[in-house]
Design a binder for this molecule. Structure first.
Ligand code: PRP
Ligand code: MG
Length: 208
């Protein structure tokens, strides 16, 4: 039997990832207390931080699931055969509620974000220089306290920005969960990967 290693994102995408895999015939086992690996039916499941899933897949883990935001930010060498029908949200520029300014006028702005690469690329493509303040989470606090002029972050329901008196000023991109495949696995376990992609596509078409 082919054994397959799978990197799953800890955090808010985990439940949807497990549900999706179940629907295509892969049962994920919860790891035991504080453990970061589980084994089930020829599968090994790894539970890294969501931000590190592409790093695992680039470095030898067969497949993984994470958000397209993470893939763009990390820029690892992985094969992304398809978007998955969950984890839909957006990456936006967010401002204090009372600030009126278009992103074209943000030259010199200090922008806090967990996504320095995406932020840098967005503004430099528009020909604008901004200062980037890299934070590791709860980024809304930087705009709320005023340590940054704006933030670039994920918006899903919009509850977090609303609760912090912020507003979504400009959508940079739509985000979705994606399937990741290791470049070598893509060739050496071709039949398995092909079958997995077909099942995932069928599932995706079914939920549309
Ligand atoms: C994410 C994101 C936003 C929030 C968006 O943060 O960074 O803060 O969720 O969701 P909403 O629009 O439904 O409120 P998360 O709670 O994952 O943690 P982190 O920012 O501290 O990493
Ligand atoms: Mg947050």
């Amino acid at each position: 039997m082919t054994t397959i290693s799978t990197a799953l994102p800890s955090g808010r995408l985990l439940e949807d990832s497990k549900d999706f895999l179940k629907k295509i015939g892969i049962n994920v086992k919860e790891p035991a207390n504080r453990e970061l690996i589980s084994y089930e039916n020829g599968y090994t499941f790894y539970f890294p931080r969501a931000f590190d899933v592409p790093v695992y897949v680039e470095n030898g883990v067969d497949i993984g699931i994470c958000g397209s935001d993470v893939v763009l930010e990390r820029n690892n060498e992985v094969y992304i055969p398809l978007e998955l029908p969950f984890g839909k949200c957006r990456m936006s520029i967010i401002l204090p509620e009372n600030r009126e300014i278009s992103f074209q006028k943000m030259e010199g702005y200090k922008i806090a974000t967990k996504y320095p690469e995406i932020t840098k690329n967005f503004f430099s493509e528009k020909g604008l220089k901004v200062k980037i303040l890299k934070l590791n989470g709860a980024v809304e606090l930087a705009a709320k306290t005023g340590i940054a002029d704006a933030i670039v972050d994920i918006v899903d329901t919009g509850n977090t920005i609303k609760a912090n008196n912020l507003k979504e000023a400009y959508k940079i991109m739509d985000i979705s969960a994606v399937l990741l495949v290791n470049r070598i696995t893509q060739k050496t376990k071709f039949d398995f990967i092909n079958d997995l992609i077909n099942k995932a596509k069928n599932y995706k078409n079914g939920v549309k």
